[in-house]
Design a protein around this ligand. Structure first.
Ligand code: ADP
Length: 193
């Protein structure tokens, strides 16, 4: 079974493209959704408390994700520490996910920060969904209703989309009017070989 990473900057259309692969029966692992569940895991919360202290916890014992983000995005060492808690768990869960789909010729691993985390080294192939920045901003304003400054701050935390595109094996250009489903069908065919 091939392990295939799918990435792209926020707003490029990863989720939309992933839905098309899902419709073709491809097992899709969405790393953000999986990682979000760790905030319900007592072991993870213990490790988090050890790393960041009581200040990022609410009175009911749950973690305050905004406080976590504020701490780690202003201190590189803490961000590395958080990644060291999250990344091995994600890869272990991905291994389990793959073992649940032994018949599938390939599985997809979706993450906006796949290259940043070095997870591409664990993948057999990489797919990048690409869109230029002005169009991403236009779609994100419609999707999330947030201002340009906030969007640019999120984007600044990720590898430039152009660099992801240059590094990937396959690129999907997600422009309006482009036959996205044909690009997906073609890549799916290649990955099944
Ligand atoms: P990502 O998961 O990469 O952040 P999404 O898949 O959520 O991006 O896409 C961002 C927004 O753009 C969504 O509102 C989505 O519906 C819209 N979108 C995605 N692909 C297209 C397209 N080809 N044409 C127009 N809008 C699109």
């Amino acid at each position: 079974m091939k392990r295939v990473g799918i990435t792209g900057g926020i707003g490029c259309g990863k989720s939309t493209v992933l839905d098309e692969f899902k419709a073709l029966g491809v097992p899709c692992f969405v790393s953000d959704s999986v990682a979000a569940c760790y905030y319900n895991d007592p072991d993870f919360l213990d490790d988090l408390r050890h790393l960041l202290g009581d200040g990022v916890f609410l009175t009911d014992g749950s973690a305050d994700k905004r406080a976590v983000a504020k701490r780690v995005f202003s201190d590189r060492t803490l961000l590395d520490g958080l990644n060291a808690l999250v990344h091995p768990r994600v890869m272990a869960d991905f291994d389990r996910f793959c073992s649940l789909h032994p018949q599938s010729p390939y599985v997809l691993f979706e993450s906006a920060i796949l290259y940043d985390c070095g997870f591409d080294r664990l993948m057999d192939r990489m797919v990048c969904v690409y869109l230029d920045l002005p169009e991403r901003l236009r779609r994100l304003r419609l999707r999330d209703g947030v201002g340009e400054e906030q969007l640019m701050a999120r984007i600044a935390n990720q590898m430039p989309a152009e660099e992801m595109m240059l590094r990937a094996d396959y690129v999907i250009l997600n422009y309006e009017g482009n036959p996205r489903h044909r690009q997906v069908a073609y890549i799916d065919k290649l990955l099944r070989q």
